[in-house]
Write a protein that binds this ligand. Sequence first.
Ligand code: SF4
Length: 213
Amino acid sequence: MKKIEKAEIITALLEKRYPETECGLLWEGDPYRLLIMAILSAQCTDARVNIVSKTLFARFPTACDMAKAELGDIENEIRSVGLYRSKARALKECCERLVSVYGGILPSEMEELLTLRGVGRKVANLLRGDVFGLGGIVADTHCIRISGRLGLSKGKDPLEVERSLQKLIPTEKQSGFCHRMVLFGREICTARSPKCNECELYEFCVNKDKDKR
Ligand code: SF4
């Protein structure tokens, strides 16, 4: 079976398991919120980011508010997310540029997004997919681990995994595919002791039963 056919079947099986998917970050349809929450989510759970964001957005509801904020005030709001000092600086500088260069409106091009402090390819792809419907492979830890186990990508380099999956998953399916990878990675194909005996992708997996502890 060709890799692209395998990817198509895997995508369909994941869609069957998770008919509805949405980002774990509760961004309420506001691109500014998803931008901020995605930056905060590095090495932090979605649940924690959702909690912290409630008071953060009550205090700084727009990019302009965040750009004008005192660094210490941002730090105080996000203290529980970890790496809060560098994240606070990223939020402020990101919003300063968003306001001064883009009038507070999130740009959609990858090259433009990457000029915003705190935005790497993972965040940029998430934004392009969820905000603009432009697709994008979010090569996070779940995506890298599971696509590797399934033989859809090689290695752990996020850019290489992104490039491999770009070729295999149609643009309009990429965001959903990545959100489903997260759900599947939390429920079935966990980092330690994946539940291979419950896995509908078993026959397509090149790593089945290998990572069991
Ligand atoms: S068979 Fe096991 S390792 Fe392979 S995708 Fe399923 S749960 Fe993950």
